[in-house]
Design a protein around this ligand. Sequence first.
Ligand SMILES: Cc1cc2nc3c(=O)[nH]c(=O)nc-3n(C[C@H](O)[C@H](O)[C@H](O)COP(=O)(O)O)c2cc1C
Length: 190
Amino acid sequence: MPIIEAIKSRNSNAFMSGEDIDPDLIRKILDAAVCSPVHYMTNPWRFLVISGDGRKRLGAVMADHMARGMTDPDSTDNKKLLDKIRKKPFRAPVIIVAGAAKPIIPKAKMIENVASVTAACQNILLAASALGLSAIWRTGGMTYAEDTAGLLGFEDDTELVGFIYLGYASKDMPPKPRPTSEDFTHWLTD
Ligand SMILES: Cc1cc2nc3c(=O)[nH]c(=O)nc-3n(C[C@H](O)[C@H](O)[C@H](O)COP(=O)(O)O)c2cc1C
């Protein structure tokens, strides 16, 4: 498929079956991810591939984060809510957590590492779509909490950029109307 068509027809789809994804397919997707542009060749891409019972670990991190913001996490309602949160990672057979490593040389900027990993996330979405997988990029408050990256095993000072849920579609998504760029663009010509 021509690249412009691939970009325009990509759609996030959260409706996924429980069917496993071959790890070789995930490797193919991640090899596409690390083709994103990068300044100073800092290789900032860090990925954690979560599947199977690994999703319990992620669910626990998500629930613990939420519980910390509750005055009474042991109330019946809050316990129910926390149980629901714990199950959230089970919405997909595979979740790729994408993080940006801190710069390795003084002149490199964290924002540029994050930019490169952000572009890698788009590569993941496009590669998944090309390989017949559904995908959706998620974050949520705990993504940016100070301890989340460490709890998931990333090195110190890694900034998490996204949790990309991947699976086979259980329901097709109709194409979305897309904006045209004209509303967001100024042309400086003289
Ligand atoms: C950084 C980032 C974080 C996002 N976090 C969430 C999220 O937590 N939950 C969610 O439903 N969508 C989230 N989205 C939006 C979806 O990934 C998706 O882009 C949106 O539903 C629009 O669908 P589309 O990708 O088909 O245009 C996020 C998108 C980005 C770029």
